[in-house]
Unconditional design. Structure first.
Length: 419
């Protein structure tokens, strides 16, 4: 991503979330950003955004200039948000419909040099051309700087119709994730008539932009609702994701599988990094020693099967965010991941407790996946190694270590192998 050094009024010079997001979205140095000030001579205004609620506490860039698009940026998919966020957005959306929300917040003005087409410099303009959608208005959430996060533009027409969501891969880690999701969505689009498979948004476009990888995904159904946290696992959907409409393949030993070969290769790459990498090499070797003879079913997985990536529309399950999807993993990984992330993220539990939640979930539902006790333990142990190697892949690609998983998850894995 281009390093932009601006004036004190240019938010790209900030070290907070607003600075991080504006550097990603408006990275070209020919673009001028000002807050509460007119653009420089020779520039013309290309877009304006309300910085909500303030520059120092920015949480959202709200597009201005088309009240219905402004309101839509706040109200679209509000039912998927937590109640407090939903209430605030609903109130602001009502003000936006009558053009009253913008004046309540600082205004970020985006301008480009005269004689330069905005589509050459501005991502939203380029995507409007790519999608043949005409002028688009983009809302964008603002999060604290994180090398694993991807700025996402919610794209709307002037009359408030959603046209897509553009994920921006701006460093090595996020470019890989955006590319992986685009690949997964292309493959899933070819599936037809697979019973119980969740509905999946289509990939609308993938573009290279100023050294970034951008994937535009179609909007979710407007009336999609979040899956209740108390809803039991959708076993038939997990099986459909794994098998993609094909008959269940015969189980194969973990030893000699392409899955174990991949773990071994990834651990070897991590092994040259530091002591933790060498511990990962030992963890994969211990996994092979303990479970190499265990026969497992292998198939696809969503890769991030969690409540916040699932919804329902017209009685049908909908799944999004396929950036960690992959083939040739043991059946049960998505079930394990759901339990692990609920414990780690929703309940704030440490890695050891999250690993215990995996065991509990597999013990309760694993028989419906054909997992006896030996297979359940093999799936759980393999999943935990997979998760640490994912943590390593992201860190190695520039995303930094996940403090909740490193080195704590390695400690958990070693203790399990010593039991």
């Amino acid at each position: 991503m281009t390093s932009v050094v601006g004036t004190s009024r240019d938010p790209r010079s900030r070290g907070d979330g607003l600075g991080w997001v504006t550097r990603a979205v408006f990275g070209d140095e020919r673009v001028t950003l000002t807050v509460g000030a007119a653009p420089p001579a020779g520039h013309r205004v290309a877009a304006r955004y309300a910085v909500v609620p303030s520059v120092s506490r920015a949480r959202f860039l709200l597009p201005l200039g088309a009240p219905r698009a402004t309101a839509a940026a706040l109200l679209a998919y509000n039912a998927l948000r937590p109640p407090r966020v939903r209430a605030v957005r609903a109130a602001l959306g009502g003000l936006s419909r009558v053009g009253a929300a913008g004046p309540a917040f600082p205004t970020l003005t985006v301008s480009v040099p005269g004689g330069v087409t905005p589509g050459e410099l501005l991502l939203a303009e380029r995507l409007g051309e790519t999608l043949a959608a005409g002028p688009l208005h983009a809302g964008c959430g603002v999060r604290p700087p994180d090398p694993n996060h991807k700025p996402t533009l919610a794209l709307f027409t002037g009359d408030g119709r959603p046209r897509g969501y553009a994920k921006i891969g701006w460093n090595g880690a996020t470019r890989a994730l955006v590319t992986a999701e685009a690949t997964a969505l292309r493959e899933l689009a070819e599936l037809t008539g697979v019973p119980d498979h969740p509905a999946t948004p289509r990939l609308l476009a993938q573009v290279e932009w100023a050294g970034q990888v951008v994937a535009v995904v179609e909007p979710l159904p407007p009336r999609v609702r979040a899956v209740p946290l108390t809803e039991p696992p959708q076993i038939t959907a997990l099986l459909a994701v794994a098998r993609r409409g094909r008959p269940a393949p015969p189980p194969r030993p973990l030893a000699g599988s392409s899955f174990l070969d991949r773990l071994t290769a990834e651990a070897a790459r991590a092994g040259g990094a530091d002591v933790s990498g060498r511990r990962a090499v030992a963890a994969v070797a211990a996994l092979a020693h303990r479970h190499g003879g265990t026969a497992l079913e292998f198939g696809h997985w969503h890769g991030d099967w969690v409540p916040w990536n699932l919804g329902r529309h017209a009685g049908e399950l909908v799944a999004w965010d396929w950036e960690h999807s992959a083939p040739d993993v043991p059946l049960g990984f998505d079930l394990a991941h759901d339990a692990f992330q609920r414990a780690l993220v929703l309940r704030g539990e440490p890695a050891a407790a999250a690993a215990g939640a995996v065991d509990t979930r597999l013990a309760r539902y694993g028989d419906r996946l054909g997992l006896d006790p030996a297979r359940r333990r093999a799936v759980a142990d393999a999943y935990l190694v997979e998760m640490w190697l994912r943590t390593f892949r992201l860190a190695d690609a520039g995303a930094g270590w996940n403090a909740a998983l490193h080195p704590a998850l390695l400690d958990v894995i070693e203790k399990r192998h010593n039991v």
